[in-house]
Ligand binder design. Structure first.
Ligand code: ZN
Length: 455
């Protein structure tokens, strides 16, 4: 039996702000997207504020001018580490201490604990409107194959459990040191287990050039996309991106390679950065900025003026590079804050990149929707007839209101059902997502740092 229902008076800022829209959903797909001549008034329409359950066939839901976006896409997270700050710590706030503390602690984390982190943080992101996530996964093969593989197993199990809520892409982070034959075997075993792609943080390795070549070799052998943590450093001479761009062209891997962070671009002069950005554009690299984590981690050794660490967002965009903005870490040694909310990250991007003009805010909305969707290669994405009706509605009528108020109240629809409702009145039955998130949070309570707990 088909289930067809309608939304009216939707504001679609990615499409056209001169009109409100009427949208028809049938069996989880958009079947019609039509500009309205004015505000629609349909007798019997249910205001979205009063929505209390599954959409019955024939229902008309009145958005009252609220913004509707396709489900948000987070192109770069580390779900396996979320909420581990109390156990791991990072006193200096540097990237180096974060890497070192985490790699020293990781052998003690059980598969169940890692899985609980992934599930809690992914569901939390869904509750803020995200319906697809690319997560990197630590791969500490130096502690032995079982330590490396349990993160991957936890992620694969979580990916299957989370399927009704969010599409998860999994990218193991190959070690940042010279690969030994045994380590490579374990990595290859991982690539055969059903992960999405592979990456590393080449700039942290003394053998970065050959590491990058090794990964391109694996990508070709297993036909996988690549995603590199790239030049996450205040050192203007860190330029591994040039080699990544060259290898991308050599291997014919354009459109399958993503470079993230790119902090050193912000530390070098305009001429050098311009030359590297040109090479990135020629190789058609995708890029991701992670402003929350980089504002926190970079510039730690500077006296004033202190470098901000965030890459050249506007320069990359004007070079035509598909640049997303993403969450990175949640409450772990790399980033003590964040909550998996891409609107919050969009606001941080606006501050960090000096982007507050109306056109800038709309660009940032694309950086959390269409652009990362292209990076993840999502099919059937976007508010168009024939595509998946995966969307989020915000309690705000314009991009300006969204960025100013960062509304808590959101409605999330995916896979033919409401995952998140935000009724104004209490007393409604909780949607399943709220119950699941409550359970997940119970299993992994928000921790207190050891130092505070002892005091
Ligand atoms: Zn990262």
């Amino acid at each position: 039996m088909t289930n067809e229902w309608k939304l009216i008076n939707a504001s679609l800022p990615l499409r056209d702000e001169a009109h409100l829209y009427a949208l028809t959903v049938r069996d989880g797909l958009w079947t019609d997207v039509a500009a309205q001549p004015g505000t629609a008034d349909v007798p019997g329409a249910v205001p979205i504020d009063e929505l209390a359950g599954a959409p019955a066939a024939g229902t008309v839901v009145d958005l009252g001018g609220k913004v509707l976006l396709p489900g948000l896409v987070d192109a770069h997270m580390h779900l396996d580490k979320s909420f581990c700050l109390p156990q791991v710590g990072n006193a200096s706030g540097t990237l180096e201490e974060a890497v070192s503390n985490y790699s020293n602690a990781v052998h003690a984390f059980s598969k169940d604990e890692i899985k609980a982190r992934i599930i809690r943080s992914a569901l939390q992101a869904v509750a803020f409107g995200t319906t697809a996530i690319r997560t990197h996964l630590d791969f500490h093969v130096r502690w032995g194959a079982d330590v490396a593989l349990r993160t991957i197993e936890a992620a694969l199990e979580a990916q299957a459990e989370l399927k009704p809520y969010v599409k998860l892409e999994l990218f193991p982070l190959a070690p940042m040191f010279r690969f030994e034959a045994g380590h490579l075997d374990v990595l290859e075993e991982t690539l055969r287990m059903g992960v999405t792609g592979v990456g590393t943080a080449a700039h942290m390795s003394a053998t970065w050039e050959s590491d990058i070549d090794t990964l391109f070799g694996l990508a070709q052998k297993y036909d996988l996309p690549l995603d590199f943590h790239t030049d996450e450093s205040d050192d203007p001479m860190k330029r591994t991106v040039a080699h990544i761009a060259q290898r991308t062209i050599d291997c014919g891997w354009s459109g399958r390679v993503t470079v993230d962070h790119l902090c050193s671009l912000a530390a070098m002069n305009d001429a050098d950065a311009g030359m590297l950005i040109e090479r990135m554009a020629a190789a058609k690299l995708y890029a991701v900025t992670l402003p929350g984590a980089n504002l926190y981690l970079q510039g730690r050794r500077d006296g004033f003026p202190v470098r901000r660490g965030v890459t050249r967002v506007k320069d990359l965009l004007s070079a035509g590079i598909a640049l997303a903005t993403a969450s990175d870490n949640i409450h772990d040694p790399f980033h003590p804050f964040g909550r998996g909310d891409l609107l919050q990250i969009g606001l941080i991007t606006a501050y960090a990149a000096h982007m507050g003009r109306p056109a800038d805010l709309r660009t940032i909305l694309r950086m959390i929707t269409e652009i990362p969707a292209s990076i993840l290669g999502l099919e059937g994405y976007g508010v168009e007839a024939g595509n998946d009706a995966d969307f989020v509605v915000f309690d705000g009528a314009t991009p300006e209101e969204l960025f100013t108020m960062v509304p808590e109240r959101r409605w999330v629809f995916r896979g033919g059902r409401w995952l998140k409702l935000a009724a104004k009145r209490s007393g409604f039955a909780l949607p399943e997502l709220d119950r699941r998130l409550g359970e997940a949070a119970e299993r992994l309570a928000f921790g207190t740092p050891a130092a505070v707990a002892k005091a």
